[in-house]
Design a protein around this ligand. Structure first.
Ligand code: CP
Length: 309
């Protein structure tokens, strides 16, 4: 089983069949992380470079762990201590890294389209670990795996995504992915954080959170991305929290079998209360666990043996 592609750049490029293949491969790899010796020899001799131009805890660590659990060599480039600070361009940096013959470069960048640019210039595989406000495909894949595990299906669910939709690559990838499987995806947040035309990705816009979550199967809370906002988009954190935060009172309006997702990092007491983040409906740490399995699957399907097509 292989993907008929060199790179993984976005959910929008992937068919339902490819999404299914990655998710079911990840399911089969989960067991490796529960062993005493958490390693399979599948990608021995392969080299993966993590090139992160933006901060990351979960994504970078899980790509590194995933590579190592598959017996690939993983190298992390810290941009702040690299020659990027001397003015080296993205293309030059990537071409020089490729001259060392890696099999895959995983890139996170603040500019939408940066991974696509590299994919055109490089012979090795490129994986998008988040590009600006555009896409975060492996996050959506791990979210889909987490929902499938808990709900037993990836079809016919009501998925509510709450918060800073405008700046969220996680929201964009999830809207595309979940709607492709026939789920009803709803977005809700301050009007200033809902981009015009977002419905074209396959979601419905709600203005009130209580209406949106009343019959929800999944609620996905998002962090306010202050680092991407050019001007304040809401009057105060207190007001944002009152209208769009998830605490136990608001959660009581949702069905008893609802599950809560958040890609992290969370701002406790802003978009989600500590009681909800750490409570019985929360799948936040399951998402992190599944991130390793999804990234193992992505490496396996891109690098493991001869590529078809
Ligand atoms: N979910 C996510 O992308 O988290 P990090 O920024 O810590 O990688």
């Amino acid at each position: 089983m292989r993907l008929k592609r060199k790179d993984l750049l976005g959910i929008e490029d992937l068919s339902c069949e490819e999404l299914d293949t990655i998710i079911s491969t990840a399911e089969s790899f989960k067991e490796v992380s529960t062993r005493d010796i958490k390693k399979v020899p599948t990608l021995r001799g392969k080299t993966v470079i993590n090139l992160f131009y933006e901060p990351s805890t979960r994504t970078r660590t899980s790509f590194e762990i995933a590579a190592k659990r598959m017996s690939a060599d993983a190298v992390n480039i810290s941009v702040s201590t690299s020659s990027v600070v001397k003015g080296e361009t993205l293309k030059d940096t990537a071409k020089n890294l490729e001259a060392m013959n890696p099999d895959c470069i995983v890139i996170r960048h603040s500019c939408a389209g940066a991974p696509h640019l590299l994919a055109r210039y490089l012979r090795c595989s490129v994986v998008n670990a988040g590009d600006g406000a555009h896409e975060h495909p492996t996050q959506a894949l791990l979210d889909m795996l987490t929902v499938k595990e808990k709900k037993g299906t990836l079809k016919g669910l009501r998925i509510v995504i709450v918060g800073d939709i405008a700046h969220s690559r996680v929201a964009r990838s999830n809207i595309i992915g979940f709607s492709r499987f026939g789920n009803e995806v709803r977005v809700v947040g301050p009007p200033t954080m809902i981009p015009p035309g977002i419905e074209e990705l396959g979601c419905r816009v709600f203005t009130g959170m209580d209406d949106a979550i009343r019959d929800a199967d999944v609620i996905m809370m998002l962090r306010i991305q202050l680092e991407r906002q050019k001007a304040p988009l809401f009057p105060s954190v207190r007001e944002y929290s009152r209208l769009y935060g998830l605490d136990t009172d608001r959660l009581s309006m949702a069905p008893r079998d609802v599950v809560i997702l958040h890609p992290g990092p969370i701002n406790r007491g802003v978009e989600i209360s500590p009681e909800v983040a750490d409570g019985p409906y929360s799948l936040i740490l399951d998402q992190v666990t599944n991130g390793v399995a999804v990234r193992m699957a992505v490496f396996y399907l891109l690098l493991g043996g001869a590529r078809e097509g």
